[in-house]
Ligand binder design. Sequence first.
Ligand code: NAD
Length: 448
Amino acid sequence: MEIEKIVQNQREFFKTQQTRSLAFRKMYLEKLKNLIISNEDTLYEAIHKDFGKSKFDTFTTEISFILNDIDYYLKNLKSLAKPKKVSTNLVNQLGNSKIYSDPLGCILVIGAWNYPYQLSLSPIIAAIAAGNCCIVKPSEIAENTMKVMCKIINENFPSEYLYAYEGGIDETTELLTIKFDKIFFTGSTKVGKIVYKAAAEHLTPVVLELGGKSPAIVTKEAHLETAAKRIVWGKFLNAGQTCVAPDYLLIEESVQEQFLEMLRKYIKEFQYTPDADQYTRIINTRNFQRLIKLIDNEKVYFGGHYDEEKLYIEPTIMTQIDWEDSVMEEEIFGPILPVISFKNFNMMINIVAGHEKPLAAYLFTHNSEEKEIFTRKLSFGGGCINDCVMHLSNDNLPFGGVGNSGIGNYHGKYGFETFSHQKSILEKTTWGEPNIKYPPYSEKKLSW
Ligand code: NAD
């Protein structure tokens, strides 16, 4: 069936009001949960074929994440969907005011490849919870995971409710000509702009979950050992192909040498070797070629080796980096960590603030003034103090970018709100109203 027809069928189905029922939403959330559990091995296999991601990493960063999302909505759906009573101002007495979370209708989700299950399924879970119909277009770059997701969804869900569309740029371009009630896009800033422009044609609201160069800042007042361990984990998880990975490191000059040694120690301890199960491969040759061009052998402090056949790039640290170096131009999205040292915390913050707003930022310190400056002066999507990446695992925190790193957010109740319209209803009594608003007007009424 043509995709335009499927969207039209979803519109018709939405009009039947069935998706508004909480029991209906719960039934399909349960169904998706059971499908993920019963297909777990197939899901592991597909992602391993795509880029060598281990079962452990896939469970912790994808499967458990999605299951947790479903459980969150199953548990909280009633309270999320309940109309919220708010106070009513004097002029509207006697009355009461409520906000209803109204489903939007038909949602388009466009996923990225780097956490293929999480980035395609997590938004549709929130969209279903909020009572919508949904089309999902996973990324064709992770081909095996795309195929397995499409198969599972299309064999088990009615297409007029939830449909997964296989395809790449051409298919996405076609999808973007169709009118949706919301588009939820995860991917690059470049493609985000294409999506935004296409959405404007139909005045469709968008969520753009994009990327950017997210700094990790380590000062001399940090617990250096913990900072090194957490940065090595956050940077080289998924071989650096994580939207919120620390893109580059800013280290206070007086502790640089000591800290670099600690980074080296943890990279070795974590055993990110060419055949290691715990180290993911680069997704394809195009990205591999892009990444190795960023490695400047003269600046390599650690690593720098690679193997094209295995699409393996060793965790690489580069020092003596200038802001003008090519590695500092665009989001790296791979296992290369450029290091820039600083002497003055305030000056360094001003330089970071002069760049595009990143998706994340991380500060490692015990100094409360530094924490305050970091939190107040820098604009970024979200982040951590004394950790990295982990903020996105707390579903009580909204997850999304700002400026070039995105528009809108999701996770937990924020995901529910993202896929709902906040409909305001003021209900009045038909008695007890002061006559003041009705003509004829008089000086006496004005002075009331
Ligand atoms: P991408 O922008 O190349 O692709 C994303 C999606 O857009 C894919 O489904 C693809 O089919 C589609 N697409 C690609 N080119 C298109 C075009 N010309 N017209 C229409 N559609 C097109 O991104 P990617 O390589 O899959 O992901 C990497 C980027 O995503 C990085 O910048 C990363 O930071 C960002 N990202 C952000 C988040 C987040 O949650 N904010 C999560 C993961 C990745």
